[in-house]
Design a protein. Sequence first.
Length: 411
Amino acid sequence: MTVESTAERKPRRTGGNQRASAKKAAPAKKAAGTKKAAAGKAAPAAQPETDLVQLLTPAGKRVEQPEYEQYVEDITPEELRGLYRDMVLTRRFDAEATSLQRQGELGLWASLLGQEAAQIGSGRATREDDYVFPTYREHGVAWCRGVDPTNLLGMFRGVNNGGWDPNSNNFHLYTIVIGSQALHATGYAMGVAKDGADSAVVAYFGDGASSQGDVAEAFTFSAVYNAPVVFFCQNNQWAISEPTEKQTRVPLYQRAQGYGFPGVRVDGNDVLACLAVTRWALERARRGEGPTLVEAFTYRMGAHTTSDDPTRYRHDDERQSWEAKDPIARLRAYLESEKHADEAFFTELEEESETLGQRVREVVRSMPDPDHLAIFENVYADGHALVDEERAQFAAYQASFADTGAEGEGK
């Protein structure tokens, strides 16, 4: 396995993801609903607040979930090792990016530490023709979509606005405005439906973004137009310093009930459960059954971003309790107990992890500075007098530094 091949290969399918959508019936919907559903269909069954879809316990033991088990029943040991590799390398990349920011190489970094299972499980559930709209923390999903991890760092270093072509991997550029990508995803999904395609769209956002008006509007439009979109909410329980209980009086997945589509809460630290639930939601969308809200209940192990200090608003014992639910340790325990991986596999992966870290450091430190005037390009399709004026003013401002330096040398 080579790190260099990660960005070039197409997103890997696990467990026969290319099977026809109609092959398996959807499980009972997991949202509380009204007594009668639209078009005479039966209303989804209610889901208890504490009910998590879980296929793998924190100790690495398989749990029976008949409704979702079918979506990972054909997964192979090789594919399980692939999921483990994805999480390990994504975590290593994330740790390296955090270190680079601390060393002054990046302006900011939003860590995904603790959320690897939610991102890898859902990311590997997508097909190549699906389209993904991320926020700014979906580094694991980007990995699954075949985006070179070093391309994610250009924006945080301030040398580009993204670094990859969204249409090459059907993975949109990172969105900084909280929650706005949910509307973008809904509009795109409406277009997909009008085109008659059987692909689906995934919109990622966090628990904090779920309180944004853009997300509420996206829910409304997607429900009314039956858009083939999966809203994947990574509930890491903290919107910076604001806990979830100060944002909502009901579990987030239950919000789907008011809009008329199903919601389900999944163990966000269980990569198998995230894979299965997302497959179910995507196949439901492809069958023309409309949107789904998936709430991946997980935990943000680190800071919101590197400018944040989580020790000011949460206790260490909370973090320690979630460390016992670590998604990577969970899958490793399962691989070892089932003898699906030997020590040679873990050793080789550790070496690959080191190679990835070294490559990330080298690439980031060699990124060229951008043309200072490039920011004025593509503002208007046909140009604009005011932009031309501002470009000239900024060029003169930049030139003044060179003039000052020359004057200093002459003294």
